[in-house]
Design a binder for this molecule. Structure first.
Ligand SMILES: [Zn+2]
Length: 334
């Protein structure tokens, strides 16, 4: 594996790029299945522009047009030499085999060359990376993972993703899936023998496998676990955000933290990170980090667990900040 992750980059089509004076600022886009966030990140780390809007899902051309419009609003600079570069974080990845998007839950993106198409439409430089990788890069550079050599970033939300940063650089592999732990099987057979686990096993995953980590640790996984106890179907936010935890809510939370500890123990056994940074909607559940830390020693193959665990310093903004940071600071155009 190489240690320098190179996101998908569209070829530069603009003339006369040399000489740009104020292009250090970068545009970051978090392209999600339901919403899109776009920012302008200044060299200081401050945001000079921020906007969110719903993701158009009618067609791929519609999505491209919406992104082009949003970019023009964020950076109305008409001079191609001064236009800010674009970094995009999105679920899924760019196939090293075909150069096209793959594994996107925004399915109209799959099999498309988003970087090249958007670069052509906007006459700007475009890089694309997985959203969990963008999150990890952001937290490793100036977030909760700052100063640590090895950072494992985790997204616990609609999906479950991950990324690895070593010395503030994203780890890449030949399959463009470094850190993608969500579709490994959760080793339910390794749960503590004294832990009461009444939930039926064998959850099907859209990837074709059974009991993927994502089927238990995603928001939908929490909904299923709670529903199995109560017969009531509620979103993960409705279940965990209520400060008055019912017995079923507490049991669901205990199961969730136990399974997080079990799943993260395999990450620690494999790459032994200095810190694990949690992001995504479920990471905001009060007491989650502490509950995981209290339980993972049962599953880690070591006489101690010195690994730290923390919530994202930049919260929901980490993904889009990391997308902008796909371009190095001081970039002045190619
Ligand atoms: Zn799966």
């Amino acid at each position: 594996m190489k240690l320098s992750k190179e996101p998908s980059v569209a070829p530069d089509r603009r003339p006369n790029r040399v000489g740009a004076q104020d292009a250090q600022a970068r545009i970051g886009i978090d392209l999600g299945g339901t919403k899109i966030e776009i920012i302008c990140l200044e060299p200081s780390g401050q945001l000079s522009y921020q906007k969110r809007f719903s993701t158009p899902r009618a067609s791929y051309p519609d999505l491209l047009q919406a992104l082009d419009h949003a970019i023009q609003l964020a950076d109305p600079e008409p001079d191609p030499r001064l236009m800010k570069p674009i970094g995009i974080g999105t679920p899924g990845a760019v196939s090293n085999k075909t150069g096209l998007m793959k594994n996107c839950n925004t399915t109209e993106l799959n099999h498309q060359n988003l970087a090249a198409d958007l670069s052509q439409l906007t006459s700007r430089d475009v890089k694309i990376a997985n959203d969990a990788d963008c999150f990890t890069l952001s937290e490793a550079l100036d977030g909760a993972g700052r100063g640590h050599n090895c950072v494992f970033g985790v997204i616990l939300g609609t999906g479950v993703g991950g990324g690895i940063a070593i010395n503030q650089t994203l780890l890449a592999g030949p399959n463009a899936i470094a850190g993608e732990w969500g579709h490994n099987a959760l080793a339910l057979d390794r749960l503590r023998s004294d832990y009461d686990f009444p939930w039926p096993r064998g959850r099907s995953c859209y990837c074709g496998q059974i009991d993927c980590i994502e089927t238990w640790l995603s928001g939908d996984g929490v909904t299923k676990s709670y529903e199995a106890l109560t017969g009531e179907r509620r979103s993960a936010a409705e279940i965990f955000d209520n400060p008055n935890r019912s017995e079923a809510t507490q049991k669901t939370f205990d199961q969730y933290s136990q399974l997080c500890a079990l799943a993260l123990s395999t990450v620690i056994n494999l790459i032994d990170p200095d810190i694990i940074v949690l992001g995504g909607g479920l990471s905001k559940t009060p007491g989650l980090c502490q509950a995981i830390e209290n339980q993972w020693a049962h599953y880690v193959f070591s006489d101690q667990v010195a690994t730290r665990i923390a919530c994202a310093q930049h919260g929901d903004a980490s993904g889009v900040r990391g997308a902008a940071r796909l371009w190095p600071a001081g970039f002045k155009g190619s």
